[in-house]
Design a protein around this ligand. Structure first.
Ligand code: 5GP
Ligand code: ZN
Length: 106
């Protein structure tokens, strides 16, 4: 999706520095952090939101949760929140699937 900001970030076009990258996802700091730690885990496949998941995408989403857990452990976070905003009414602004990792206990 050429007009999707997260597709551009994932492709490396924006020069974003990644905390993590693998076959399925990347992770980077949110530009407008809502907590001391605010990392976005973004899948490489352009899935607009959780509401648009199709058969097989659960592998990607499960992997994203696993990555969030690993990043939290690496950062030594005592506790954290994992959040998917789904749809405009759910507070979603960017329609490329991402998981928020939020913590004030770093
Ligand atoms: P949403 O509301 O869609 O769940 O979350 C989108 C998140 O992406 C917001 O927390 C916002 O601050 C973040 N964001 C939007 N544009 C950019 C960007 O260009 N770079 C980074 N690092 N974060 C972004
Ligand atoms: Zn995209």
């Amino acid at each position: 999706m050429s007009d999707c900001i997260f597709c551009k970030i994932v492709s490396g076009d924006m020069g974003t520095s990644f905390l993590h990258e693998d076959e399925f996802c990347v992770a980077f700091d949110d530009i407008n952090p809502k907590a001391d730690t605010h990392v976005l885990i973004v899948c490489k496949k352009h899935i607009p939101s959780i509401a648009d998941m199709v058969e097989g995408d659960e592998k990607i989403v499960g992997h994203m949760i696993n990555c969030a857990k690993d990043i939290a452990a690496k950062k030594g976070l005592a506790g954290y929140k994992l959040q998917f905003n789904v749809g405009e009414a759910g507070g979603q602004e960017i329609f490329h699937l991402h998981l928020h990792l939020l913590s004030n206990s770093g």
